[in-house]
Design a protein around this ligand. Structure first.
Ligand code: SF4
Length: 237
């Protein structure tokens, strides 16, 4: 499985930007992180329906909790149609481990029912044939699907060049100056996606999220050990 990118987290404490240091360039960030983390090849994730379910489950919880709840849900129901037809209390009980089950159970069921209503079946494979912006627009019109969930699904399940911005990617991108300090997380999706070539979007996402987890952590960025410290305007060294 590719490294996942769903976690949420506490707001980052961003080091003060060094006066006079320019923002890092996306290409140099990509190359330095590639040098450290090694080349990446997209290997595919869950099939699209499962990716959608597990990504909704991951909202506001850890990947581990989300994947545990997904496993319970898959054991309890043979198909997503069965989830769409199940009583809410049953779904809620099945996904209790992911946290916020009372909010997520209706969100998942409503999303599934809406897809079925729009497409006549729980099948979203047609998205592969749409231009990226149309595919995103179709997904984000669904209840419970925001830009991050849409991007995760399109990128990880379908191999499309959609940039998912979670708390780690957002924090690292702001510290590096790849996006401005006032850019919202929603707007960051498009800006970071356009910052690199389409074939680099997947790698850019995985490198940034991995860097945010291992090095550029929210409370204590390890600038002294960071391969980006020469190009980062927020470096503390
Ligand atoms: S130097 Fe590295 S760890 Fe420090 S703020 Fe910049 S990207 Fe984060």
């Amino acid at each position: 499985m590719p490294e996942r990118q769903r976690s949420q987290g506490a707001a980052a404490k961003t080091p003060t930007k060094r006066r006079g240091r320019r923002a890092a360039r996306p290409a140099e960030v990509l190359e330095l992180l590639r040098g450290e983390q090694g080349p990446l090849v997209w290997r595919g994730g869950y099939e699209p329906g499962d990716e959608l379910g597990v990504t909704i489950l991951s909202q506001h919880t850890s990947d581990l909790n989300a994947e545990r709840s997904y496993a319970v849900l898959k054991r309890a129901y043979a198909t997503w149609d069965a989830v769409a037809d199940a009583p809410l209390e049953e779904i809620e009980a099945a996904i209790r481990g992911s946290g916020l089950a009372r909010q997520k159970a209706p969100r998942i069921r409503e999303t599934l029912r809406k897809i079925r209503e729009l497409r006549g079946a729980l099948d979203i494979e047609f998205l592969r044939d749409l231009p990226l912006d149309e595919a995103k627009g179709w997904l984000t019109a669904l209840p419970g699907v925001g830009p991050k969930t849409a991007a995760v699904l399109l990128c990880f399940a379908m191999g499309m060049p959609a940039m998912a911005v979670d708390t780690h990617v957002y924090r690292v991108a702001r510290r590096l100056g790849l996006i401005g300090p006032k850019v919202s997380v929603e707007k960051a999706h498009a800006l970071l996606e356009q910052a690199v070539a389409p074939e680099e979007v997947y790698s850019f996402h995985v490198y940034l999220i991995t860097h945010g987890r291992r090095v550029c952590q929210a409370r204590r960025p390890r600038c002294e050990a960071c391969v980006l410290n020469r190009v980062c305007p927020s470096s503390l060294v």
